[in-house]
Design a protein around this ligand. Sequence first.
Ligand code: ZN
Length: 68
Amino acid sequence: MSDLSLPRPGCCKWAEGDSGSYTFPCSNRVEPGVSYCDDHRSIVYIPPEERRRNRGGGMNTSFKRIAA
Ligand SMILES: [Zn+2]
């Protein structure tokens, strides 16, 4: 029986499940100090392009309004 209730060292820490009962189904290897494999990191961290797109709408306009 494999223990999926804890993230394994050196493996992706992508968690699935409800609060209190997580599993770590992804066993992709990761570099030391890195939490997620490339696939899951792209889900967890918003890519720069996506961030720029969001900022172009909301943040800039509200900043301008405050400044003016
Ligand atoms: Zn992963």
